[in-house]
Design a protein around this ligand. Structure first.
Ligand code: NAP
Length: 285
């Protein structure tokens, strides 16, 4: 039976350490969050980010836009936040309303304030094996979780299922940078089972409930479930058939309580790290 990886516990410990550092700092980090869509989940994510920021002693600013918002208004706000010394991290909650161009907005964020690590400069740094100003939160959280459980990555066969810019691709890059041998699978992959069956580490980020069945998993594999889908009865399910796979895996993350708490904890850590970087020549903070 697999060890259940407790993401909540690891995230709580990370946040407690962070809170102590913030308490000892005279100046406090500032995080700006922009919401420009009507999506119910996005509203919950933004509210949770604000609550967590305030709990740590950060300054939190949330900007909510309605459907009449223009690209120009968002561009103006990004320019203002880039110049605002009280703001160390800028987060644009995705997706935006359909008429808005998210890529253009993200490219306008100062990479040193790009707390999500989505700016092409930060993505490029990650791909070059250089340290980005910020690393995408969910992939960073996954690696931290594996390391918290002393799970060896070097030389392991890893498969990442899902190739989005925010989860799949950067997770594959981080694993490669940790010297794992990585396969990046997606919806056009043929015979996924033959790939997962050979993997020491399976990271699934598709949003396709119970995609990963017990017969797709090698005995003793480590299984990380990034997927979150809310069902009709409001319960959350992941990509992995948890009850059956946990009998075969050596370690497994639950949904909820696995990767999710690490994502928000890493967002807070990123805000703190950007704050330190922006104040590194200022002895008083
Ligand atoms: P996304 O942009 O929709 O990407 C999904 C990826 O999965 C795509 O690359 C897609 O392939 C692939 N895929 C879909 N169905 C598949 C299948 N049956 N077999 C193989 N590949 C399949 O989603 P995302 O933003 O990366 O998020 C993925 C999931 O993680 C969602 O459930 C999301 O809610 C969750 N999530 C969780 C956290 C967290 O903190 N826990 C954070 C972010 C996202 P194609 O590219 O070929 O279409």
């Amino acid at each position: 039976m697999a060890v259940i990886i407790d993401g909540k516990k690891v995230a709580t410990s990370l946040l407690e350490n962070l809170k102590l550092k913030v308490q000892q700092s005279e100046k406090k980090p500032g995080l700006a969050v922009i919401l420009a869509n009507n999506d119910a989940s996005s509203k919950i994510y933004v509210s949770n980010k604000e609550k967590q920021s305030l709990a740590l002693g950060f300054k939190s600013s949330v900007y909510i836009f309605d459907k009449s918002t223009t690209q120009g208004q968002l561009i103006k706000l990004i320019h203002e936040l880039n110049e605002n010394e009280q703001i160390n991290g800028i987060l644009v909650q995705l997706p935006l309303f359909d008429h808005l161009d998210a890529n253009q907005i993200i490219e306008l964020i100062n990479p040193k304030k790009d707390v999500d690590g989505f700016h092409p400069i930060n993505v490029g740094k990650l791909n070059c094996g250089l340290k980005p100003y910020a690393t995408c939160c969910t992939p960073k959280g996954i690696i931290k979780l594996l390391k918290a459980y002393n799970i060896e990555l070097e030389g392991k066969n890893a498969v990442v299922i899902g190739r989005s810019n925010i989860v799949g691709k950067p997770t594959a890059t981080l694993l490669t940078n940790e010297n794992a041998t990585v396969t990046l699978a997606h919806s056009k992959t043929k015979d996924l089972k033959s790939i997962t069956k050979n993997a020491d580490i399976i990271i699934s980020a598709t949003g396709s409930p119970k995609l990963i069945k017990a017969d797709m998993v090698k005995k003793g594999a480590v299984v990380v479930d990034v997927g979150i889908v809310r069902q009709f009865d409001k319960s959350l399910v992941g990509d992995v058939d948890f009850e059956k796979v946990k009998k075969i895996a050596s370690y497994i993350t639950p949904v909820p309580g696995g990767v999710g708490p690490m994502t928000i904890a890493c967002l807070m850590e990123n805000t703190w790290e950007l704050f330190l970087e922006q104040n590194k020549n200022n002895a008083k903070f």
